[in-house]
Design a protein around this ligand. Structure first.
Ligand code: ZN
Length: 333
């Protein structure tokens, strides 16, 4: 079937990869999303990025494309139902992008779902029957592979690990409820906690660091720098988030008994095991069953930012090829 294009559309960046049949990345490129410039500008940029990787991979026409979207999609119609990060609602991305790509087939799926698929097909989850992916970023996303296949659930809504409630009276979450792990351990939650501690008089290098970096938001890079400098506020805030993530991972392991838990997202990509080790240790303390011989692997993503484009390419390939009745990819078990 040859090459396909996998695209990861995020609220801040977009990335595309031309992927060969064996999963080799032939070419890749990235770009700022700039959703504030409007839907058409973003779609034009997606098209440009797809053309760029196609040409860089030596092809003259864009092959099938799958876009991982940060929100809900209707793949049958190519419509993005809702993507809050982009401010999109009811955007006919599939048809619009296809028109700019010379009529290429365009498939849509959820970004976290394709990243889990990428990790399962090419990353730490390769060859496993049960795997969990946790992505810590501005929010917390997740996905479950069970029986060698992405577990979609009865209504396709499975895998919302970020909204597991750990503290019923805790801080307000993006979903409107209280105390979800996303409201306690996402980068957004860490940022809120940092400013609360600083407001209470805790000394920190963060205000100076952000000014120096010309940023207002706590990026993974700023967090890493503050940890390197042993900033007490940052150290405490990250440790607290790790404790909540450990609670969640421990519960998820007891529920699903996965072979692998992959932790992804900006912080895990940048800090690797430095971010994941405390989560692993905290989670293990909660395991109901833990034999040394069949320990659960809990580790930072090895694919990093390529997980989503690789997984998206896998979706494109599956839908072009087998395309079962639901149009969902069937994974090798
Ligand atoms: Zn929530």
């Amino acid at each position: 079937m040859g090459m396909v294009i996998g695209v990861d559309l995020g609220g801040t960046k977009m990335a595309a990869a031309a992927v060969a049949e064996d999963g080799q990345i032939l070419a890749s490129a990235r770009e700022k999303t700039r959703p504030e410039e409007g839907v058409e500008a973003v779609i034009a940029r997606l098209a440009d990025l797809s053309w760029r990787v196609t040409r860089a991979a030596g092809a003259g026409a864009v092959p099938a494309v799958c876009v991982g979207v940060p929100g809900g999609v209707d793949d049958a119609t190519g419509v993005v139902d809702k993507a809050s990060n982009l401010g999109w609602e009811g955007v006919a991305l599939g048809p619009a992008l296809s028109a700019l790509l010379g009529g290429a087939r365009v498939f849509l799926d959820n970004d976290v779902r394709v990243a889990v698929l990428g990790e399962h097909t090419y990353g730490l989850g390769k060859g496993t029957r049960t795997m969990v992916g946790v992505f810590v970023g501005t929010g917390i996303g997740g996905g479950v592979v069970a029986g060698g296949q992405l577990h979609l659930g009865g209504r396709g809504a499975a895998g919302e690990l970020g909204h597991m409630v750990l503290k019923p009276k805790g801080p307000r979450c993006s979903c409107g409820r209280r105390g979800c792990v996303e409201a306690l351990a996402s980068r957004t939650a860490m940022e809120r906690r940092v400013w609360a501690l600083i407001a209470r008089g805790h000394k920190s290098i963060l205000p100076r660091l952000l000014k120096k970096e010309g940023r207002t938001r706590l990026t993974s890079s700023v967090i890493a720098q503050a940890l390197d400098a042993e900033d007490p506020v940052m150290t405490e805030v990250v440790a607290r988030a790790q404790r909540y993530l450990a609670l969640m991972v421990g519960s998820v392991v007891n529920l699903l008994d996965p072979e692998v838990v992959v932790v992804g997202g900006g912080l895990a990509e940048r800090l690797g095991d430095r971010f994941v080790a405390p989560i692993r240790e905290g989670a293990r303390a909660r395991f109901l069953v833990e034999r040394a011989a069949d320990r659960v692997l809990i580790a930072a993503t090895a694919l990093k930012e390529t997980a989503a484009p690789l997984g998206a390419a896998e979706v494109a390939r599956a839908r072009l090829g087998k395309g079962d009745a639901s149009g969902r990819p069937r994974l090798a078990g």
